[in-house]
Design a protein around this ligand. Sequence first.
Ligand SMILES: Cc1cc2nc3c(=O)[nH]c(=O)nc-3n(C[C@H](O)[C@H](O)[C@H](O)COP(=O)(O)OP(=O)(O)OC[C@H]3O[C@@H](n4cnc5c(N)ncnc54)[C@H](O)[C@@H]3O)c2cc1C
Length: 477
Amino acid sequence: VVGFGFAGAAAALTAHEHGASVLIVEKMPEPTAGGDSRVSGNVWFNPTSVQLASVYLRSLCGDYPIPDAIVAAWSRETARNTEWIESFGAKTGLRAARPEFPELLGHECDDGPHYIEPGWGMSRLYELLKAAVMQRGIEVLYSTPALELLQDDCAVVGVRASSREAPLLIEAERGVVLASGGFANNQDMVREFLHLPSGHPSGTPAATGDGIKMAQKAGADIWHMGNFMGRLGLKAPEFASGFDVKFAAGGWILVRNDGKRFVNETQPSRHGKALIGGQLEPHPAVAMHAIFDEKTRLAGPLSDSVASSPYGWTRLVERYEWSSDNRVEIEKGWILKANTLRELAENLALEPDALAQTVQTYNANCERGTDYQFGRDPTTLVPVSQPPFYGFTWGPLIVYTCGGPRKDEFARVLDPFGRPIAGLYCAGEISSTYSFCMSGGQMIGDALAFGRIAGRSASSMRRRLAHSRAGAADQTA
Ligand SMILES: Cc1cc2nc3c(=O)[nH]c(=O)nc-3n(C[C@H](O)[C@H](O)[C@H](O)COP(=O)(O)OP(=O)(O)OC[C@H]3O[C@@H](n4cnc5c(N)ncnc54)[C@H](O)[C@@H]3O)c2cc1C
């Protein structure tokens, strides 16, 4: 199993339960392993009805349908998530919440985010599954990046890895499960597939798309590579992952490179999609600049503390505590400060006249109590008027990516002609099921569900013939 996040843990535990001998190789050292899973909100989706879940997933995919067999497998298996987690002794809870996409058919199956008591975040689910892996004696090799799949006449028979810089060849008798996460921290892939000039993760910096490339080299097709969740955030040079940002008061706007507003800034983003122009669209999904004033700076920290938001790489792993009045982050130069809007525009490489005009128009809308341009919520119409002024440019932050090797309902990796590549399976963010929308808890719900499917599929594979093993051994030699 390549990667020790939720998908890898679910695959390993299930394969072990089905009698396979399992080895996990994990790129990062133990203190920073666990991928996005470790720093996620640790809440998952468990539909109340398998039938409605199928309807909901088809609605979420919208104009980008996925095969019925995958929809059926996802619905069946995500409905087992809570029961499976509780089988490791956890007490789970449910925060009843309005479904995120109430306008979509089938939404009634989503009863809200499920979590481990006493609450969300704090790596609780990750720690539970990690302990279960340890208790079963499943071996985990940390600081061991997988580099390449070993193939014998197309079939995958093992992995070439590197352990403490020494080469390591691992033969896999039944199969290899790729569970190495997404590509939010691979700038080439971000440019190529997400069409963003740059983008930075809010989760693990280990999300460099390694498994996707390995699968491609082994002959895999790829699917929904352009789908991802972005969010408002700030990338500081000192850290590999970014900070998510939210404003405690209304005196802020977003502009693009022309210095003009382009969106209702307070439009709720539903895990990377928002209702724009009457239809759901990726948002935030372009580079932009945030502009705010002194009273907004003093209204509260731009990034939450771990107590109020117990997730995210910078909070849980780097343990950075944002200053309550944002002063420290301004001194560090993460946020630019200027006495006038024109000066701020110059610092952000924007056209000064355009930014001044944008703020003037926005402030006039605030006075009238109506955003005539983008229909922003009137309660948030607070002018950007009190100097000094502040701003920063952001990428956006990429919470997670959704695309990778194409899979089938058995979590088998498929080639471009729809044929399974023997011995190769995938689960989780490396090949999420989501082609367009997804709601809270569904990424983890999917990683657990397809992790278990991959573990079952790989363990049920008959041992390879002796000559296959000999082939792998030749490569080893
Ligand atoms: C801040 C944040 C909050 C989130 N909150 C939620 C939430 O509450 N609910 C939800 O449903 N979704 C949430 N998500 C998304 C969700 O956490 C992930 O999509 C999911 O956990 C991915 O699991 P995974 O096992 O596929 O990948 P990961 O958890 O990323 O694990 C992949 C592992 O593979 C390792 N790896 C990478 N390359 C290699 C290699 N070459 N060799 C060996 N190992 C390798 C990595 O180090 C990592 O440990 C959140 C994401 C983030 C970033």
